[in-house]
Design a protein around this ligand. Sequence first.
Ligand SMILES: CC(C)(COP(=O)(O)OP(=O)(O)OC[C@H]1O[C@@H](n2cnc3c(N)ncnc32)[C@H](O)[C@@H]1OP(=O)(O)O)[C@@H](O)C(=O)NCCC(=O)NCCS
Length: 168
Amino acid sequence: MRLTSTANAWIDWMRPKHLDQVLDIEAESFDEPWDENEFLQHTTDPYCFGLALLRRTPLSTDQVMAFAVVRRKLKSWRLLNFAVLKSARRQKVGSALMEEIKHRHRAAHLLGITGPWIADDVDEENLQMQLFLRSHKFQAKRITRNGHGAGIDTYTMVFKQPKQQRKA
Ligand SMILES: CC(C)(COP(=O)(O)OP(=O)(O)OC[C@H]1O[C@@H](n2cnc3c(N)ncnc32)[C@H](O)[C@@H]1OP(=O)(O)O)[C@@H](O)C(=O)NCCC(=O)NCCS
């Protein structure tokens, strides 16, 4: 569990108790949202993990502000799903979650468990995610025709961990 710069917020594993709120964010974010089974399949897959950015509320349940599902591969990590609660966008909530993913990925890379890349396949029409990823130093590396079906091309956007600074 790690605190974030967002007030009263922290990042933790995505747990079954978060699923209802995650499904609501998913539904308001995508035309073809994942269902409960897809989330459960991915978050119980040993090569994947889910993170949730949570905010304490006066009510007993914590509020899910954003979530991510990430696949760990030998050469890279891949973002499989990433979304922020609509009413919380443009407040750096997504940035706090992305910084956490980069932080965990850097640790895994320095341990030699994975390569230096984090990748995401983004629909050509999803300008907000492309701009968000660019603000986090991702670059478009490849275009896949009809990547997500329905005639929509996808851009594979990639972040590369900077080389470790040598001590003088
Ligand atoms: C894309 C998304 C994750 C961004 O989350 P967010 O919390 O709003 O992003 P942040 O506030 O951290 O934004 C960081 C920077 O990204 C860029 N950015 C983010 N959203 C943007 C938008 N709608 N238009 C232009 N730039 C945007 C800006 O540079 C922004 O910095 P600024 O606000 O100082 O200008 C969010 O809009 C979302 O959940 N979209 C729907 C789900 C989705 O498309 N997921 C991707 C699937 S591949």
